[in-house]
Design a protein around this ligand. Structure first.
Ligand code: ADP
Ligand code: MG
Length: 484
């Protein structure tokens, strides 16, 4: 499963740990009432607190705390009823306070577990080290003025959850699966929208290499990568870079590197800062965060069914294959849609239609589930018509395409075009007799031992009936007639 790089001197194993910054879904910032809407005009969502005006005091946003606890519970993690906000001191133009309020020694959430889904139904558990709450910084904009950098403070003070993993991943695929699963869980919980292209979720990617079985090697950290594809590409590039250095007898300098997605390479930004460089200390403007079990239990009681539990239920109670179940639960909206289709119907057949034709037609017509012209009920009707034999599977696919293109219902299209499957044995026998009469040489070959021609005759009968003959009945009637 792991990624092994073969060097001239032997194999190297890749080790990855991720720090994901997830923006808390909340109408207000972590310590102020400012709005957090994405895409607002620059510097229009900035209170005096966010701009660090003298004398302004932070006030904790209860909703953001609840979201962090909810996320912790979703990651099966230990919730710390006592946690502390610390100041992490550093200078940056887009950090007006001169420090970031974060959590250091006593985070709100401790150790947890994330189960990642790999190829062929394989799963692996990745350790979560911690989750802590912190403020986002503003944004420096370097490309709008020839000689000056502009600063947008809309993000300043926005609540982030930093979710830190153990160095448990061993390949780019595992890192990708981790980010996807984390995003899926956050979306199910409603604690982060997971929109990586809007910066709601971004990852610091830590990579090291070692001889299999050895102690951990020195890591390099690549900051702020905001797509799953780039995370994978950065790992591949970085791991190979480190192997090249080690193979030549060099050593890895622990440093912070930048992943350049245009050049597809990483380059050094600065040597890695240590915790003591930041002069962490408890923020004197904020009391420690304390809550009781009742607070946590109320949030726990409100947790939705999460993807792993849903997947298990789809497999054990509905008989869906592990692969299909995995596809169906990845997005909550898809899972909900599927359950509407499957309600009171053949679940497996419903799953096939959702993951097959439905997704296929969404893609063909450039739609997503949200813009789908086909409702769950409309798809359910197709499943019903197939199930009760009114139309064959093949006809159903054509009908479905037409539904997508015209918005008509399945039964309307079937009626209009006379597509009902022919199960009347008399009519099918007539069709078989016609086909046999029209193909005397083929019949002779068949009777001479060329069994494969059964398929040819089958196809001809289906063609003769415009695809409407019930294939099961054709099958039953055809062979005795061919055999004479
Ligand atoms: P910092 O904030 O200084 O980067 P953290 O302890 O918060 O330190 O985060 C460290 C991250 O780096 C974690 O995700 C951890 O799993 C990962 N990590 C630590 N050591 C290694 C290593 N040798 N190789 C790869 N990843 C590592
Ligand atoms: Mg880090």
């Amino acid at each position: 499963m792991g990624m092994i790089i073969q060097g001239a001197t032997g194999d190297w194993e890749v080790v990855i740990g991720l720090e994901v910054h997830a923006q808390v879904s909340s109408n207000a910032k972590l310590f102020s009432g400012s709005a957090t809407e994405y895409g607002a005009e620059q510097n229009t969502q900035v209170s005096f607190v966010d701009a660090a005006m003298p004398g302004m005091l932070p006030v904790i946003n209860r909703a953001a705390v609840e979201q962090a606890v909810k996320t912790g519970l979703g990651l099966k993690a230990k919730i710390n009823n006592f946690s502390v906000f610390d100041r992490k001191n550093y200078f940056y133009a887009d950090l007006p306070q001169g420090y970031q309020i974060s959590q250091f020694l006593q985070p709100i959430v401790g150790e947890g577990i994330l189960t990642i889904d790999l190829k062929d139904g394989v799963t692996r558990e990745i350790g979560i080290t911690r989750l802590h709450l912190e403020q986002d910084a503003g944004k420096s904009i370097h490309d709008q003025h020839p000689s000056m950098t502009l600063v947008d403070l809309n993000r300043s003070g926005v609540a982030l959850m930093e979710i830190v993993s153990e160095p448990d991943m061993r390949s780019p695929e595992e890192a990708a699966a981790y980010v996807k699963k984390l995003r899926s869980i956050l979306r199910y919980l409603g604690t982060c929208d997971g929109n990586m292209d809007e910066g709601s979720m971004r990852a610091d990617v830590n990579v090291s290499v070692r001889r299999p079985g050895d102690e951990l090697g020195t890591r390099c950290e690549m900051k702020n990568i905001n797509s799953v594809r780039f995370i994978q590409a950065a790992i591949v590039y970085e791991a190979n870079r480190q192997v090249d250095i080690l193979e030549e007898g060099g050593t890895i300098a622990q440093e912070t590197r930048l992943y350049d997605s245009v050049k597809g390479e990483t380059r050094s930004m600065r040597s890695k800062e240590e915790a003591h460089d930041y002069r962490y200390f408890p923020d004197p403007d904020l009391l420690p965060l304390e809550f009781d079990d009742a607070f946590v239990n109320a949030i726990k009681a409100d947790l939705p069914e999460l993807p792993d539990a849903k997947k298990d239920r789809f497999i054990s109670e509905m008989g869906i294959s592990p692969y299909d179940a995995g596809v169906l639960v990845a997005e909550k909206e898809v899972a909900d849609f599927f359950e509407l289709v499957a309600k009171g119907r053949d679940a497996k057949l419903s799953a096939n239609w959702v993951t097959g034709e439905f997704f296929g037609n969404l893609k063909r017509t450039g739609n997503t589930l949200a813009t789908s012209p086909i409702s769950a009920d409309a798809l359910g009707e197709v499943v019903d018509l197939v199930k009760d034999g009114t139309i064959s599977n093949r006809i159903a696919k054509e009908v479905f395409e037409e539904m997508f293109d015209t918005g008509k219902s399945a039964s309307a299209i079937v009626d209009e075009k006379g597509l009902k499957q022919v199960s009347d044995t008399g009519a099918i026998e007539v069709a078989i007799d016609e086909v046999i009469a029209a193909n005397p040489e083929k019949l002779a070959e068949y009777r001479g031992g060329k069994d494969k021609l059964l398929g040819f005759f089958m196809g001809q009968v289906m063609k003769n009936t415009g695809g409407k003959a019930n294939p099961g009945i054709v099958n039953k009637l055809l062979k005795p007639k061919l055999d004479g």
